[in-house]
Design a protein around this ligand. Structure first.
Ligand SMILES: [Zn+2]
Length: 93
């Protein structure tokens, strides 16, 4: 059985400048980081408190995050399909 390792989050979210924006998953957001949100906005990240998380979600970031989640799901299915073709239905989940 070939296990699928945890790939980490599709995106990170951070509430900054009035909206919750999404950021690429390579680096976890830290306060005072200068980052480009998925919608193209450059922001300096903050240390969010509970109230900040109530901000509305940036719609561009949300649709981008959803698209990235779907891409990953498709890639995972494709890998599973190739494994089954190569090794039979017992492999690849
Ligand atoms: Zn955004």
């Amino acid at each position: 059985m070939i296990g699928m390792s945890w790939e980490g989050p599709v995106v990170w979210w951070n509430p900054v400048e009035g909206f919750r924006h999404a950021f690429t998953p390579e680096r976890r957001p830290r306060p005072d980081q200068r980052r480009e949100a998925l919608c193209g906005l450059w922001v300096t990240l903050i240390e969010p408190d509970e109230v900040d998380w109530l901000l509305p979600t940036c719609e561009v970031c949300m649709s981008e995050a959803v698209a990235r989640g779907r891409d990953r799901e498709r890639r995972r299915e494709e890998v599973g399909r190739q494994l089954r073709e190569r090794f039979g239905p017992e492999v690849g989940g």
